[in-house]
Design a protein around this ligand. Structure first.
Ligand SMILES: Nc1ncnc2c1ncn2[C@@H]1O[C@H](COP(=O)(O)OP(=O)(O)OP(=O)(O)O)[C@@H](O)[C@H]1O
Ligand SMILES: [Mg+2]
Length: 313
């Protein structure tokens, strides 16, 4: 059980205020995504929830209990870091099973959980490798595996799919969502990717400059165009959703008006006919080149000659 409440949370790094008065309530077993541009304070927020950063003001509650005094290892959370944070001297199997060994889980159970996670993440054949022998995407999956085997009350995931290729990303999105439904735990997920946020989340928190801009279910999140910050999201959204005031639908591409004049159409038809005949009789082509209508009158004889494909026979 993990309901997470951020009550007026502020984080200052010296003169820099990374998070300003953040108020978010995340229900137990909810999947909430923090979305926002780079540097808006997503990782800092996650690290405060994890207990890796102290809050400068405000309070964080787990199930209505303040956790400000609790160290990270007493919070029953698992965090997947943006930078993987794998143990370089351990192989993949030991990295994934490390937390379980610390919790003195019996060896056969560790083996069962590690193999299950490795199978799910497509890294079953890499279990004996060291992190330095893995690609970025594979390391990211190991980091993900390390958190899922623990089955904590709350998962904190900091852009866990950012290094995966597009196809694996889509697969992993589905896997994470399935995991959420299966484990029935609270997931707090950070991403830049709107598609990820919109497809996976129960609620989305849009953060900009350390401030909460919007918080609600995906179909209520929209971006106000032309009012205040143009977009709190990192990339211009391809679509707007929601029916709230200010929701606007913008076509993906502006409509193209494409109408040829009659002269231009005739010219194109003539060119097509010439090309067709030239293709039918490649060696014996002696077809008059058809000048563009715009050039027909103005072009001099010499320039017309230079434009023709070859000497007339
Ligand atoms: N230890 C630190 N000392 C000083 N400033 C910091 C520190 N950690 C983060 N910041 C600043 O706090 C702000 C928020 O950083 P944070 O890492 O939370 O951003 P983010 O939203 O996770 O960005 P990204 O999407 O690029 O990971 C940034 O301006 C960053 O420079
Ligand atoms: Mg970050």
């Amino acid at each position: 059980m993990a309901k997470v409440v951020l009550d007026g949370v502020v984080k200052r790094f010296g003169p820099v205020t990374a998070v300003h008065d953040l108020n978010i309530e995340i229900a137990d077993r909810e999947f909430v995504t923090l979305v926002g541009p780079s540097g808006c304070g997503k990782t800092t927020t996650l690290r405060m929830i994890a207990g890796l950063e102290k809050v400068s003001a405000g309070q964080i509650f787990f199930d209505d209990d303040p956790v400000g005094h609790l160290p990270a290892d007493h919070r029953d959370i698992a965090m997947v870091f943006q930078s993987y944070a794998l143990y370089p001297h351990m192989n993949v199997y030991d990295n994934i099973g490390f937390a379980l060994r610390m919790m003195r889980v019996p060896r056969p159970e560790i083996e069962r959980r590690v193999n299950w996670a490795a199978e799910m993440l497509g890294i079953a054949e890499l279990l004996q490798r060291k992190p330095r022998q893995l690609s970025g995407g594979q390391r990211q999956r190991v980091a993900l595996g390390r958190s899922v085997v623990r089955e904590p009350a709350c998962f904190l995931l900091d852009e866990p799919l950012s290094n995966l290729d597009a196809q694996l990303r889509v697969t992993m999105r589905g896997e994470l969502k399935r995991l959420h439904l299966e484990l029935r735990r609270t997931f707090i997920y950070v991403t830049h990717d709107q598609a990820e946020a919109l497809t996976m989340s129960d609620r989305i928190a849009v953060i900009s400059d350390g401030r909460l801009q919007q918080y609600g279910p995906p179909d209520e999140i929209y971006v106000l165009l032309g009012a205040g910050p143009r977009s709190a999201l990192a990339t211009p959204p391809r679509f707007r959703c929601g029916s709230g005031a200010g929701a606007k639908r913008v076509p993906r591409h502006p409509p193209r008006i494409h109408r040829r004049s009659r002269r231009r159409r005739r010219h194109c038809a003539a060119r097509r006919a010439v090309d067709h005949r030239a293709r039918l009789h490649p060696g014996t082509a002696r077809f008059r080149s058809v000048p563009h209508p715009r050039h027909r009158r103005s072009a001099s004889k010499s320039s017309r000659k230079s434009r023709s494909p070859g000497p007339r026979r």
